[in-house]
Design a protein around this ligand. Structure first.
Ligand code: HSE
Length: 311
């Protein structure tokens, strides 16, 4: 173990979960948006939050209540290591926006702590540690933390034990996310979900998820777009987000391959064929939120982005 003051900083990206039909099973890493966590050896045995920047004071400073703190504690536990860790979290993305903010902090913390103590854990073990952090703050799902750590597009086949599958991202695919000035905590968006799903909706979800995976393997962008549909989580959540339905329609009308709610919302994402199309789609989506009375921030990037990494 390194001595007092040794430190490691890790960036982990924002993510788009669900991608339409893949509720809790599909997630995609974004480029250019995310959190940085620095883990440093110091203080007493255990994990402490030494500082948080960019959260407006909203996040808990107690390690066992903070997603990065919980991920760090779980990482040490799984590694069987006793250490004295101080975490500094720099938020570089909006919170409560459906872009995997808690997952980005957890992923960066887990990877930073693992590196600091000599990398005893594999990436899949870090994802498992982060799932426990997600469970404590928003719900037990891996579709944000898995792509935040592994990068690219990930399918979560099973949580216990974790079975993660990296899917190929079709060449040139672009993603746009538009985040309105409106907060929707994941916990609330999950509480709104139906407890039971009609058989027909289940059949269509399975068909769309399977076809989406096939589209990724065959580089079939048009099929990929046709699969971005969901009648289980999206309709109830769209009703909670002013303008959501109009924003998704505006994206399609402006040429998006497909559009849906990013994770639990309120951000809306769209998949596009080219950077030029992404620009047009983003502007149409921004205008649709504006028509619903909401300002918004637009982010566009390639869909094939790396996961958490030391900086
Ligand atoms: N799959 C999760 C949900 C993602 O939709 O609730 C939350 O970001």
């Amino acid at each position: 173990m390194r001595g007092d003051g040794a430190q490691v900083s890790v960036f982990a990206p924002a993510t788009v979960a669900n991608l339409g039909p893949g509720f809790d099973v599909l997630g995609l890493a974004l480029g250019g948006l995310g959190d940085v966590v620095t883990a440093r050896i110091g203080g007493a045995v255990g994990v402490r939050i030494a500082g948080v920047e960019g959260d407006g004071g909203a996040l808990p400073r107690e390690a066992h209540l903070n997603t990065a703190g919980i991920a760090a504690i779980e990482t040490l536990k799984r590694a069987g290591v006793e250490a004295r860790i101080e975490l500094t979290i720099a938020k570089g993305m909006p919170m409560g926006s459906g872009l995997g903010s808690s997952a980005a902090s957890a992923a960066a913390a887990a990877m930073a702590v693992n590196l600091l103590v000599g990398s005893p854990l594999r990436k899949v073990d870090l994802v498992a540690a982060c799932v426990e952090a997600e469970a404590a703050v928003s719900g037990r799902h891996a579709d944000n933390v898995a792509p935040a750590i592994l990068g690219g597009l990930v399918l979560v086949r099973q949580l216990d034990p974790l079975d993660l599958i990296r899917l190929p991202v079709p060449e040139g695919l672009q993603v746009v996310v538009v985040t309105p000035d409106f907060e929707l905590p994941t916990r609330l968006a999950r509480a709104a979900l139906p407890r039971e799903v009609p058989l027909g909706a289940m059949v269509r979800s399975v068909a769309n998820t399977a076809a989406l995976v096939s589209a990724c393997h065959s580089n079939d962008l048009s099929l990929l777009g046709r699969c971005v549909v969901d009648e289980v989580a999206t309709p109830v959540r769209a009703a909670l987000i002013p303008g959501a339905a109009a924003v998704m329609e505006a994206a399609q009308a402006a040429g998006a391959l497909g559009s849906s709610i990013s994770g639990s919302g309120p951000s809306i994402f769209a998949l596009c064929r080219s950077p030029r199309s992404a620009g047009e789609v983003a502007e149409a989506m921004r205008r649709a939120f504006e028509a619903a009375g909401l300002g918004s921030r637009v982010h566009a990037c390639a869909a094939d982005c790396p996961g958490a990494r030391q900086i």
